[in-house]
Design a protein around this ligand. Structure first.
Ligand SMILES: NC(=O)c1ccc[n+]([C@@H]2O[C@H](COP(=O)([O-])OP(=O)(O)OC[C@H]3O[C@@H](n4cnc5c(N)ncnc54)[C@H](OP(=O)(O)O)[C@@H]3O)[C@@H](O)[C@H]2O)c1
Length: 284
């Protein structure tokens, strides 16, 4: 990965932190995108100390705010003319009430899906400039727990934290499918993955019940090191460069849910996301 520019979102914690650490260890020029200076600057220092790689940069963005996504993308574009790897990893499970962002969207959908959609598309020219770029999006097996309904993306009907999370992770797979289609014939590939059940800080922002369940289950979950293995594989392994548009689990392509394979759904989601982010003419 020598000097390749690799971006990891949510790089201060859990799967993202291990992914970032490994890419830095492999010699990447690492760009961390995180939301909290207090939580992420110490991690940047830790990565530099543990890997000896001084090329570790940190930028701030809360993916629940579209203006912040645009701002961080502008900053990165002004600094790097080429991006080789983008790992869309930042994500969360919400509380059991429906929260709307200042842009007007259900928060889980906004952070977990629109965040990936916007950052990826805003960096399209820099990704195209790489001889062989990779876009890796962290989804989840939870994508199987829901159905796709273009008329209920904001879960006005039947909201629950788990439904919102499942839908956002289904959107990660559909986004990857449509993106991969648009990337055919270019030097870029896009894949997504399930990391496994991983003992991280996940669910820290969720309901007390989810926090309790996640804490209780933590000893039985994968370590963040094991949980990051597929992200690292897709971002850096030579052999992984031949895949495009796949859903991975344990470093192997796996068939996702039926709805995730529906090309019409993928196209509908892309159009809706373009409109919700005001990105007409700014996408792949
Ligand atoms: N853990 C699992 O079992 C599991 C299973 C399947 C999929 N996943 C997926 O794996 C990814 C990483 O999760 P993790 O398990 O490593 O959890 P984690 O330790 O909580 O890490 C999540 C990262 O996302 C960041 N993040 C959350 N909301 C954000 C926002 N609004 N703006 C910017 N950054 C935000 C967090 O920042 P802060 O530290 O500031 O909160 C943190 O850096 C997520 O996409 C998750 O859906 C996890």
């Amino acid at each position: 990965m020598n000097n390749q520019v690799c971006i990891v979102t949510g790089a201060n914690s859990g799967i993202g932190k291990v992914t970032a650490m490994e890419l830095a260890k492999q010699g990447a020029h690492l760009v961390m995108i995180c939301r909290s200076p207090e939580k992420s600057e110490p991690v940047r220092q830790e990565i530099i100390e543990k890997t000896g790689n001084q090329q570790v940069e940190l930028y701030y963005c809360d993916f629940g705010h579209q203006n912040q996504i645009r701002k961080v993308a502008d900053t990165i574009k002004s600094k790097f003319k080429t991006i080789d790897v983008l790992v869309n990893n930042a994500g969360f499970i919400a509380k059991n009430y429906r929260e709307i962002t200042q842009d007007g969207y259900e928060k889980t959908f906004a952070v977990n899906h629109l965040g990936y959609f916007m950052l990826t598309n805003l960096l399209r020219n820099e990704l195209k400039a790489s001889p062989q770029a990779r876009i890796v999006s962290v989804s989840s097996e939870a994508h199987r727990f829901t159905k796709f309904d273009i008329n209920n993306l904001q879960l006005e009907k039947g909201y629950s934290a788990i439904k919102a999370y499942a839908l956002s992770k289904l959107c990660n797979v559909l986004f990857t499918k449509e993106l991969a289609k648009r990337l055919q014939g270019t030097s870029i590939v896009a894949n997504c993955l399930h990391p496994g059940g991983v003992g991280t800080n996940f669910a820290g922002d969720s309901t007390p019940l989810f926090q309790f369940i996640f804490k209780l289950g933590k000893p039985f979950l994968l370590s963040p090191e094991k949980g990051a293995a597929t992200s690292i594989y897709l971002a850096s392994a030579t052999e992984a460069g031949r895949f495009n548009g796949e859903y991975f689990d344990k470093k192997k392509p796996r068939t996702p849910a039926k709805d995730a394979l529906n090309a019409d759904y993928a196209a509908q989601l892309w159009m809706a996301s373009t409109s919700m982010t005001g990105m007409d003419g700014e996408t792949f």
